[in-house]
Write a protein that binds this ligand. Structure first.
Ligand SMILES: Cc1cc2nc3c(=O)[nH]c(=O)nc-3n(C[C@H](O)[C@H](O)[C@H](O)COP(=O)(O)OP(=O)(O)OC[C@H]3O[C@@H](n4cnc5c(N)ncnc54)[C@H](O)[C@@H]3O)c2cc1C
Length: 387
């Protein structure tokens, strides 16, 4: 019997396991495939580096700022006050780094294990059943944490949430390419388009770069993601930056949740949902790594409190969803969702106009970019400028 059994060793599950193991608790961390490179831009804003300072020891690029482009190719630089915006990493390297750290802290990582159901006792979830190469395995725990991402089967079996509808997710496709390019390695490049979603190019250091596209809401039905991806690669503005698109090291497609945190469905007796499984992805920027780490840490701290008093009921575990960091993130995501509706009106036209205004007015520009990248909630006075 473990203290905690976690399904999914992405950033949320590994971080959660590491915090628990460091506090002296036994943790089983079940992972489908440690060799899987999750489709992702790998953009790490400075909050990720602050939350996980060990990453700074790696030789990863320093990204000064993102350059945003509206659908008509107006350019905006995001100058983060006093500090660099963050970095970019290959997701396979990032995930393995965070996993290794969890293992060093004492977590028992079970690779090539596919979680498919809960072990039930008197209607309570007391562990996870997984398929392993040697057959079906059962891992019992006092608390179960579901961190197996967007397509989690356990989240649905837990009855805490339903399967996402197509309108509630983003469809994304991206690749890592290698070739001569004209990217400035101190920037990441983001392109808003005439559909709901955006495209990106993130330099990975040397000749490598990550390039991708996503759509969300009704535009998942209105557009084919493969066509949009090809169209982006052919775009003359993109060709100028990355003329050499020949050598594709890896490519993949994957969804992410876009409707914010499932506040009501984050916990129950003996169970908590973290990271993408709980909807912890910014509805406006698509950033989820920072929120995965944060929710993993808060869930671990809540589990530690429950383990200390040996009470695993919802009345204790709900401290996770009521934690100020989670509450703030819920509030900030709600604001971002409504701003997003506003920005994406008229197939990119409104955003073109907003970018024109931002180019003329530096104060407006900084506040506008904060809506995309920071947790700050805009003032009424600022919002009135949009009317
Ligand atoms: C195309 C794309 C681009 C993105 N770009 C960025 C970006 O640049 N910056 C950013 O901050 N965020 C980005 N995101 C979001 C980010 O990837 C996620 O928010 C983040 O990975 C969530 O971490 P997680 O640990 O919750 O889930 P995941 O990273 O999805 O990890 C889940 C883990 O569970 C495992 N798993 C799944 N099912 C099972 C099972 N049944 N049994 C056992 N294990 C299982 C998986 O193998 C995986 O290791 C992007 C997402 C996509 C799809």
């Amino acid at each position: 019997m473990y203290d905690v059994v976690i399904s999914g060793a992405g950033p949320s599950g590994s971080q959660c396991g590491e915090v628990l193991a460091k506090a002296g608790y036994s943790v089983a961390l079940i992972e489908r495939d440690c060799g899987w490179r999750k489709p992702c831009g790998g953009g790490l804003n400075h909050r990720v580096l602050e939350m996980y300072p060990k990453l700074r020891k790696l030789s990863i690029p320093v990204i000064k700022c993102p350059i945003l482009h509206s659908a008509d190719y107006h350019e905006l630089e995001y100058i983060a006050k006093e500090k660099a915006w963050g970095s970019v990493m290959d997701r396979l390297e990032l995930d393995n780094f965070i996993r290794d750290s969890a293992v060093d802290a004492g977590v028992n990582l079970l690779d090539k294990h596919f979680s498919y159901d809960f072990i039930m006792k008197s209607q309570e979830k007391v562990g996870i059943k997984a398929k392993a190469p040697s057959g079906t395995k059962e891992y019992r725990g006092k608390i179960v944490i579901v961190a197996d991402g967007m397509s989690s089967k356990l989240a649905i079996r837990s009855d805490l949430r339903a399967k996402w509808k197509l309108e509630e997710i983003a469809n994304a496709k991206c690749a890592i390419m290698e070739g001569e390019h004209n990217l400035d390695e101190e920037f990441v490049y983001i392109y808003f388009r005439s559909y709901k979603g955006y495209a990106w190019i993130f330099p990975l250091g040397g000749k490598r770069f990550n390039i991708g596209v996503y759509t969300f809401a009704e535009d998942n039905r209105n557009h084919n993601i493969n066509d949009l991806y090809q169209e982006f690669l052919r775009n003359p503005n993109v060709r100028k930056l990355v003329p050499n698109q020949g050598n594709v090291i890896w490519s993949g497609s994957y969804p992410f949740p876009t409707e914010g945190i499932l506040e009501k469905g984050l916990c129950d007796d003996r169970i908590m949902l973290i990271g993408d499984t709980g909807g912890f992805v910014s509805p406006i920027s698509g950033e989820g790594i920072q929120h995965a780490l944060m929710s993993g840490k808060v869930a671990a701290e809540t589990a530690i409190e429950a383990l200390e008093i040996e009470d695993y009921s919802k009345s204790i575990l709900k401290k996770y969803k009521n934690h100020p960091q989670i509450k703030n993130t819920v509030r900030s995501f709600k604001m971002k969702s409504s701003m997003r509706e506003f920005f994406y009106k008229d197939h990119g036209e409104r955003l073109n106009k907003i970018f024109e205004q931002a180019q003329r007015d530096s104060e407006f520009r900084i506040r506008l970019l904060d809506i995309f990248f920071s947790k700050s909630i805009p003032s009424k006075e600022f919002l009135s400028k949009f009317q």
